[in-house]
Design a protein around this ligand. Structure first.
Ligand code: SAH
Length: 236
């Protein structure tokens, strides 16, 4: 069964957007995964299909109504749907490569995209939505965040990346950032490719890459080293 992504959104026309191109687009066309974008406004109230209202307690902006979002969720899910129900939210758990890998191994994702000031807290509770953040900054809506999550998952689906694009040695895959990459020309404005990489000595190349990964991680993201499982830490 293909990996399935559903996005509940006020802007279904944003999808597939960039997901329809390149790696993810080819995989979508090939049926490796499927995407359904459903309009929350179809469940809006009255002839104006209202989906939001002013925040209880006052303050700026609008809040997406719990009843409207719940109706959209209920119409889009079936009892046997095992996919995690996510809400894109700056308050959520930070998305990591580890979580992406776990999501890619599962049946897919069901994602609610917020707009305005976000969604009424009661629907988050009542429909058991798990809040996921893509980083410590605020976007204007959950759609781009959902696309980030979906893109990261889809490229890991079997067959999506060829052997040449394999994700095995990438940043975060073993708790380290990726080593520097080079390609032709051999001399670029007087900067040459490190000798070891053109030596053909595979063990030396692997050792060099490992050392570079550790050096980069140490200087740029020491937090990654600190949080690695003890057995993985070969820097000591
Ligand atoms: N008032 C909210 C921000 C609302 S932004 C707050 O202060 O927390 C509007 C919508 O954009 C959110 O409901 C969410 O779906 C999405 N969004 C914004 N930033 C995001 C982020 N960093 N990660 C995931 N989704 C985000």
């Amino acid at each position: 069964m293909a990996w399935r992504a559903t996005a509940l959104t006020l802007y279904p026309e944003m999808f597939p957007g960039p997901l329809g191109l390149s790696l993810s687009g080819r995989a979508l066309a090939a049926g490796t995964w499927s995407l359904e974008a459903r309009n929350i406004r179809d469940h809006g109230i009255g002839t104006h299909r209202l989906v939001d209202d002013s925040p209880a307690g006052g303050g700026a902006g609008m809040v997406m109504r719990a009843d409207v979002v719940a109706a959209a969720i209920d119409a889009a899910t079936r009892a046997e749907d095992r996919r995690p129900r996510l809400l894109m939210s700056p308050r959520g758990t930070s998305l990591t490569q580890e979580r992406v890998r776990a999501l890619a191994l599962g049946p897919g994702v069901f994602i609610v995209c917020g707009r305005f000031e976000g969604v009424d807290e009661r629907v988050i509770e009542a429909r058991n939505l798990e809040e996921i953040s893509i980083g410590d900054y605020v976007l204007s809506g959950g759609e781009i965040a959902a696309m980030v999550l979906i893109d990261a998952c889809v490229r890991l689906l079997p067959g999506v990346m060829g052997a040449e694009e394999s994700g095995a040695e990438e940043s975060f895959e073993d708790g380290l950032l990726e080593y520097p990459q080079y390609t032709r020309p051999q001399d670029f404005e007087g900067r040459t490719i490190p000798d070891v990489l053109t030596s053909g000595h595979h063990a030396k190349i692997a050792e060099w890459r490992r050392a570079q990964s550790e050096r980069l991680t140490q200087t740029r993201r020491p937090d990654l080293l600190a949080s690695r499982p003890a057995g993985q830490d070969r820097t000591k």
